[in-house]
Design a protein around this ligand. Structure first.
Ligand SMILES: [Zn+2]
Length: 414
């Protein structure tokens, strides 16, 4: 009897480990964006080996100049796109980012990029976020090929850059310029285990600068103390927090989400600070998480107006507010047949009752949901210690997730 994709995947767990070790050891650290050429060459070769029509896009120098700080512009950016045409009417797109956040500290195996396998876990920066997902997908496609199980949709695959720095030259570029033909998208993170992600929060990042006036520290009354003004402004933001916390969003899995504001993830004195000088400038950042049910532009306007009004109430408090970056929220009620099909595959493979969750963080789902306006979900193998020491992925979850992808492709016709 011919093997099923699931049985094939059970026998090839060592392939998952080897491939994940190879990917982890390619240190694609972002910023600044290292080894992108090497990893995208390898990933493009893998897709070609699986019989996909594959393109590797190099981002034009003008875009690097526009979107990257000067010290990163000599690090090229690439996106990989593969297509398996089965002759089906509909197409499912699978996306993963291949960049990883920087790694430091004392890791269990010394090197943060060791790829060591220990008790069923592969260790290393990027193992969970999200090179493991790339492995699960490639193994799923390999299993379908090897067992002659045709996907019931066309399959589109992208491996993209820079998710850890807002994706302008990754998924943001891809959905606009790569000529995608997708009807559905799976961003391979955000949901794991029995949780399927059907949306995520948006984010607004600001830098607020308070402008004072320097004076000699022995005559502070002649200056305007920017730190004192900043402190008053920060306290005033408590009212803003209370205001937005009244808004609630009930998620499909029965959780309650509220908008949040994190103050001063970064705060700084301006130039020329000295113990005997009245500080002339001070700044702090704001991280406002925007619910999927909020209007993004209105949330920005509201925060800017609140800051301006609060500053007016503080004598001689002059501020400038600069938007550093933003990402849009996305959410879809999981009623569509695509979500049901994924729930069916997760339930079948993991022998569990799936739930639909909404992530407080963000990922690349919104590019597909908002720009392409297609049903988009988040599901991958995940792991432990994202962005932290001893990040790792479980081999069992890599195999189970490959089975989920293979099952979805073998059963869902769109
Ligand atoms: Zn990620």
């Amino acid at each position: 009897m011919p093997l099923t994709p699931a049985a094939y995947l059970d026998r090839r767990a060592h392939d998952d480990v080897r491939l994940l070790q190879t990917l982890v050891r390619l240190r694609t650290v972002n910023p600044p964006g290292e080894n992108y050429d090497a990893i995208t060459s390898l990933l493009a070769r893998e897709l070609v080996g699986l019989g996909l029509t594959t393109r590797r896009f190099i981002m034009p120098a003008a875009l690097l100049k526009k979107h990257l700080p000067p010290d990163q512009q000599d690090h090229p950016r690439f996106n990989v796109l593969g297509r398996w045409n089965t002759g089906a009417a509909k197409t499912i797109h699978f996306n993963a980012h291949y960049d990883v956040v920087p790694a430091g500290g004392a890791w269990r195996h010394g090197d943060p990029f060791s790829g060591v396998l220990e008790r069923g876990w592969v260790y290393g920066r990027g193992a969970a976020d999200m090179k493991g997902a790339i492995v699960s997908l490639l193994l799923a496609l390999r299993a379908l090929r090897a067992t002659r199980t045709p996907p019931r949709c066309n399959v589109e695959v992208s491996f993209t850059a820079d998710e850890e720095t807002a994706s302008a030259l990754g998924s943001g570029w891809l959905v606009q310029h790569a000529g995608l033909h997708a009807d559905y998208a799976v961003v391979m993170e955000g949901g794991e285990g029995r949780a399927i992600c059907c949306g995520h929060n948006g984010v607004l990042w600001f830098n607020v600068t308070v402008h004072g006036r320097a004076a000699h520290g022995s005559k502070p009354e002649r200056g305007i103390n920017a730190l004192e003004k900043m402190s008053a402004l920060v306290l005033a933001l408590e009212d803003y927090k209370r205001l937005v916390a009244r808004r609630i969003f009930a998620t499909p899995d029965g959780k309650t989400m509220r908008p949040t504001l994190n103050i001063g993830g970064v705060f700084a004195a301006g130039p020329g600070v000295k113990i005997n000088t009245v500080p002339a400038s001070a700044s702090f950042t704001l991280d406002r998480r925007v619910l999927p049910v909020e209007d993004h532009a209105r949330a920005e306007r509201e925060l800017r107006l609140f800051l301006a009004a609060a500053a007016r109430k503080i004598p001689q408090c002059r501020i400038t507010v600069e938007k550093i970056s933003e990402n849009f929220a996305c959410f879809a009620r999981p009623a569509h047949s695509f979500f049901k099909a994924m729930a069916g595959s997760v339930g079948h493979v993991r022998r569990t009752r799936p739930i639909f969750s909404v992530s407080t963080g963000f990922n690349d789902m919104h590019f597909f949901a908002q720009h392409l306006k297609i049903p988009t979900l988040g599901y991958g193998p995940g792991g432990a210690n994202y962005h932290a020491m001893d990040e790792r992925a479980s081999v069992r979850d890599l195999v189970l997730t490959a089975k989920v992808y293979a099952d979805l492709l073998a059963t869902f016709a769109g």
